[in-house]
Structure formats: structure tokens, C-alpha cells
Design a protein around this ligand. Structure first.
Ligand SMILES: [Zn+2]
Length: 425
């Protein structure tokens, strides 16, 4: 028996490279044929490009299928509401619909290919049957809370659905329930630990935490490093999107993120849409082998590259180097994507604003978003208007502004972009 056998969740993780190539080719051919037969929007896209499922003979042939953009999902649903011809199963098989900024409506898949990715990731991150896991991802509108909850239950552990906020209560629950696992954003775990110390709790000694799955924010690696140094807690990252679910996960080697066997990942040039080689940066384009929501070549808008060679953990899957940024202008703040058009929408509700710009920065490991506005005419901004602006921003972007700053129109003279990101990753 392999010395690392306990490390793996399923044997596909260590398939020899030749077998892996055959496996993927078979899956891709089947998935393209399935999407063509069952999802009218995918069929229309392929017909328009003059590609038939039978044309996919080699892996490289998939490049003939145009990339499915986030915008095209919005357009498809607008043209053919509510599902946009994107489903591969009858609508009654869809248990939940989530909201992403846009709004984009993402469906919960019931395909086992969807949750096996979650079980594998939880296993790789050290979660085991019998664990008691505090889940701090939001259960409201966006999918992360429900997905983690389901994954915790599917691996035979108990979930405590805490969601976001309530730091003091969170600090107590970890101790009272002797939680062995925790899921959420690394900066939030840090905030809980800080609160715990205020309450006289020593997270390193008084907690039983063993398995931590901390992800969902860019730049989280530094905070995870700090968690390790300060509290001896190991945590691992993973990557996924609300549209397609999990894509890749870190193993204990932390040498990139292993791509799941239930999804095809390509890295493509931002301009040409053609696949690039290992180490080259491009857009992450994914084709999940999913019956419910069979998106073909979905462009995530995230930038990454493939790591060369095989991982020391023994898994033979491709690895993503990490997320290096975003294609275009959408910016991820505290785990939420903010599109410039959302900021525009908020500001357009206030006729007294002449110019504006949102700025995203990082302060002591936490993302900070500030909206700078210049008002028409003279005079101070009314408190009521500022409050209403805050509320509108929270409503549309589902994110709280850290500050609204009133500046002069000259100060924003060159500010053409709705959002600027000054963080260094
Ligand atoms: Zn590995």
C-alpha cells in the first residue's frame, strides 16, 4: 500500500499521466456531446462557430468552441428567461439558485461530480468523519456557505453554520463546542483569534482546531502564514467560482493548487483565446463535467498559470500557480467581486455627485474600499445623503464601504476608472 494512501481521497488523484490524458479526452468528448444535446445555449454557441461534438478528436480541438463569458450568461438569461438555455436538466432538478454580482444567477448542481470535488478538497485539507466544523462562509444569497456546509456533512463531520459577523460569539463557540475544524476567510479567522485573546482565550491552547480551510480572498497566503507562525495552525487554500464550484485545491506541499479530475482547466491568452504553455499567465477557462449546468469553456476572468512537473505529494494532476489577478476590471474585495458597472449604478442614483472613484487598498491584511466623491456646486455633503449612499453601495455591491470621502472635482480630474486597485499581491 502506498505510504501516502491516507492522503488521497480517490485513486484518480494518482493516475499515471498517460491514463490521465485518456481519461480527460473521454470526459471532454462526453461532456461536449452532453452539453450540445441538452443545453440549447451551448448548442447555439457551437452551431454559430460551426463545431459539432464529433469534431472533438484531440484535446486541442476544444479550442474551436468559443469561450463562454460571464457577460454571455447574463445576456442568455435576459434573452430567454429565466434559465437562458443553460441548464442541462429540467429546472425542477435544481435545488438552489445563488446570486453573484451582475446579477448572475448560479445554479446548485446535483451531479455527484460537483460534490466529489468538495469531499476531495476537505479530505486533502485534513477534515475527517467526526470533526465538528464551524463554517463562517455566508449562507445568504452567495453559494459558499451552503457548499461548505454540504461538504462538511458529506465527509461525515458536523457543521456549525455560523456565517459571517458576531466575532465574540464565534470566539466562544470554537471553545465551547471543541470545534476541530473551521472554514472561512483567513482574515476573519485572524479577527476571531484577536477577539478571543481580548476575552482571555488563548487560541493556540484553548481551541482544539486541527483542520482549517481558509480561502476566498486574494492575498490570504500572508495571513495563513501568520496563523501558522503565531498559533501553529496550518491552513490550505483552494480556488473555485460561484458559477462552476471548486476548480483546484492546495495539498500539504502547498506547491500550487491541484486541478480536480471532474473539471477541465485551460489557461488561455487573454487576447487570442488560445491555450498557453506551463508557466505562462492567461485566463483560467474551465469545462466542468457537470450534467446540471454544463458550461463549455467558461472564462472565469481570473488569471493564473500552470505549474510544471509533478507534485511531491504523489498526485499527478495539473496544478494552478495561484490566482494572479483579474481579466478586465472587476476587483475582488474581501472575497466579493465588485464590477465597475455596480459602482456606476450606485452613483447614478445620486444626482448631486459629479465625479467619483472607488479605491481598493489593503490595511493590515484587510481589504479596504473607499469611495471618493466630488459634489456638484459648493457646500458640504449632507449626512443623510452619505448614509443613503453607503446603504445603496451595500445593497448593490453587497459590501460595506470603509469610508466615503468628499473631495474637490479637481482631485478626481484624471479619475477615469470607476474602481482602482492599489493592492500589491
Ligand atoms: Zn500535491
Amino acid at each position: 500500500m502506498n505510504a501516502h494512501a491516507e492522503e488521497y481521497y480517490s485513486e484518480v488523484e494518482t493516475m499515471p499521466p498517460g491514463q490521465r490524458r485518456e481519461y480527460y479526452l473521454g470526459q471532454v468528448k462526453r461532456q461536449v456531446a452532453y452539453a450540445y444535446e441538452n443545453a440549447p445555449a451551448m448548442r447555439a454557441k457551437m452551431d454559430e462557430a460551426g463545431v459539432k461534438p464529433g469534431d472533438i478528436g484531440e484535446m486541442s480541438d476544444i479550442e474551436a468552441i468559443p469561450i463562454t463569458t460571464k457577460d454571455s450568461l447574463i445576456e442568455a438569461r435576459r434573452a430567454d428567461p429565466p434559465w437562458g438555455g443553460l441548464l442541462g436538466v429540467p429546472p425542477q432538478e435544481i435545488p438552489r439558485v445563488y446570486l453573484s454580482p451582475g446579477p448572475i444567477y448560479d445554479v446548485q448542481s446535483t451531479d455527484d461530480n460537483f460534490f466529489i470535488r468538495w469531499r476531495r478538497r476537505m479530505h486533502a485539507h485534513g477534515f475527517r468523519p467526526g470533526d465538528v466544523v464551524v463554517n463562517t462562509f455566508s449562507y445568504h444569497m452567495s453559494p459558499a456557505g451552503h457548499w461548505f456546509d454540504e461538504a462538511i456533512r458529506q465527509i461525515g463531520a458536523t457543521a456549525i453554520p455560523m456565517g459571517v459577523g458576531n466575532t465574540e460569539l464565534q470566539a466562544q463557540v470554537l471553545r465551547d463546542m471543541r470545534a476541530t475544524g473551521w472554514t472561512g476567510m483567513p482574515s476573519f479567522l485572524m479577527a476571531i483569534f484577536n477577539k478571543a485573546e481580548e476575552l482571555g482565550i488563548d487560541p493556540g491552547k484553548d481551541y482544539c482546531l486541527r483542520a482549517i480551510s481558509a480561502g476566498g480572498e486574494m492575498g490570504g497566503a500572508q495571513i495563513r502564514q501568520k496563523l501558522h507562525e503565531q498559533y501553529g495552525i496550518q491552513s490550505y487554500d483552494s480556488y473555485g467560482t460561484a458559477d462552476v464550484g471548486l476548480i483546484s485545491y492546495e495539498c500539504k506541499e502547498r506547491s500550487g493548487m491541484h486541478v480536480h479530475e471532474e473539471i477541465l482547466v485551460e489557461i488561455v491568452d487573454e487576447i487570442t483565446g488560445k491555450q498557453v504553455g506551463p508557466g505562462e499567465v492567461g485566463q483560467v477557462v474551465v469545462t466542468p463535467f457537470d450534467r446540471c449546468y454544463p458550461l463549455l469553456r467558461f472564462g472565469t476572468g481570473d488569471l493564473s498559470s500552470m505549474v510544471e512537473g509533478q507534485c511531491a505529494c504523489g498526485r499527478t494532476s495539473l496544478r494552478l500557480s495561484g490566482i494572479l489577478g483579474r481579466v478586465g476590471q472587476a476587483v475582488r474585495v474581501r472575497g466579493m467581486f465588485v464590477h465597475p458597472r455596480q459602482v456606476n449604478e450606485v452613483v447614478s442614483r445620486f444626482s448631486e455627485i459629479e465625479r467619483f472613484q472607488a479605491e481598493v487598498s489593503r490595511d493590515q491584511g484587510r481589504d479596504r474600499i473607499v469611495l471618493r466623491i466630488a459634489l456638484k456646486g459648493e457646500g458640504p455633503a449632507l449626512e443623510a445623503m452619505l448614509q443613503s449612499l453607503q446603504a445603496s453601495f451595500e445593497d448593490v455591491c453587497r459590501l460595506r464601504l470603509d469610508e466615503v470621502l468628499c473631495v474637490s472635482a479637481e482631485d478626481l480630474a484624471g479619475a477615469e476608472k470607476a474602481i482602482v486597485d492599489t493592492r500589491q499581491f
